[in-house]
Design a protein. Structure first.
Length: 363
């Protein structure tokens, strides 16, 4: 699902998202707390009514965004056992405490279908002492979040068969001992889904599949697993093999804004789930996926579709020619027209939607 941080996937509206076959979006609790705010969300009946979005909504707790903000700007706040302290003013004359309970309460105001517990994220360079602190704090915050979640269920009149789901991210960085301990303790508390928490990258920048496999292995076989923040088409297929069922990522829309467009080398309508998984096992997914940079000069006179096998709104053929050719999209980017961002995003998101359609269909 794409990240619609502030209730919008960059440059797209809800009709666009439905048009390319997406079923859900990820919004961000912290950012929606800032704008439009809890009161307005409640008055409007939640983010779905505000967006006019018929699909499901998952909401990030805001933990990663606050961690990133404070890491870059330590004067803006700090993380303590009670929650996350945010300072305002040049002399820190006012402060706000954002707690696990606040995050859950706000997610009920958002009206999310999948809510995520506030967790304590660690930097890639964290030492074992900091990793232990993060894990113990994440477990404690998860306990508090679940208690608040249960209170809010009663307050809003949900029953067990018709309620939102609660996800707990597993922390522990790449430290087997502490990630194992975190998974074990979270499963004792009991959640509907378990998330891939932390940075799934090696020091050289390569994606760390062993990290993701460990996280999957630490949860029971019947667990629902969410690969938070993942990833490229290849990442998604390989993590699906590990047992992850849900994915969210900024990549398809971010890459679209940077003129990087994904494509299938093979007609996706001929691919089965087994085909995809077999190619992934052989590390041959490069036979399936490709990409092009639409801003390159050699595309300036190509009247073909962005994707040969794509059925997105811009690649669909009308009288044998695509709705939007490579040449025209190249031109729109060159002149800085805003429609280029929308059209490129539509294309990339349709490719991602097709990947999930293949992986979910029976072979």
């Amino acid at each position: 699902m794409p990240d619609a941080t502030l209730g919008v996937a960059r440059n797209l509206d809800s009709l666009d998202l439905a048009k390319v076959g997406l079923q859900g979006v990820m919004v961000n609790t912290y950012h929606l707390m800032q704008k439009p705010g809890e009161k307005i969300l409640q008055e409007l009946g939640g983010i779905k009514k505000m967006m006019h979005w018929p699909g499901f909504v998952s909401s990030d707790s805001g933990g990663f965004q606050l961690f990133s903000l404070i890491r870059k700007n330590p004067h803006l706040g700090k993380i303590i056992d009670e929650g996350i302290v945010l300072y305002a003013g040049p002399k820190k004359q006012s402060k706000t405490l954002f707690t696990p309970e606040d995050s859950i309460r706000l997610q009920f105001a958002i009206g999310s279908d999948v809510m995520i517990c506030l967790d304590d994220f660690t930097a890639p360079e964290a030492d074992e002492r900091r990793i232990e602190q993060s894990v113990r704090r994440t477990i404690d915050w998860a306990k508090r979040a679940k208690l608040e979640f249960q209170k809010q269920l009663q307050k809003h009149g949900f029953d067990e068969n018709n309620r939102p789901l609660l996800l707990a991210p597993i922390q522990g960085h790449n430290h087997r001992k502490w990630r194992s301990y975190c998974a074990q303790e979270l499963q004792k508390i009991g959640f509907d889904l378990y998330g891939l928490g932390g940075w799934p990258f090696q020091k050289n920048g390569e994606f760390d599949y062993s990290f993701c496999q460990l996280n999957a292995d630490l949860t029971s076989k019947d667990s629902l697993r969410f690969a938070l923040g993942v990833g490229t088409p290849e990442n998604i297929v390989k993590l699906f093999m590990m047992g992850y069922q849900f994915f969210d990522c900024v990549l398809p829309t971010r890459d679209a804004r940077h003129q990087r467009l994904y494509n299938f080398k093979i007609n996706p309508k001929t691919l089965t789930k087994n085909d995809m998984l077999n190619l992934a096992n052989k590390n041959c997914l490069n036979e399936v996926f490709d990409y092009c940079y639409i801003g390159k000069g050699q595309l300036a006179n190509e009247q073909t579709a962005v994707g040969e096998f794509c059925d997105c709104p811009i690649c669909q053929s009308v009288d044998g020619t695509p709705q939007v050719s490579r040449a025209y999209l190249h031109h729109l980017f060159k002149i800085g027209d805003g429609s280029a961002l929308r059209l490129a995003s539509l294309h990339n998101l349709r490719v991602y939607a097709q990947i999930m359609e293949i992986l979910k269909k029976e072979s």
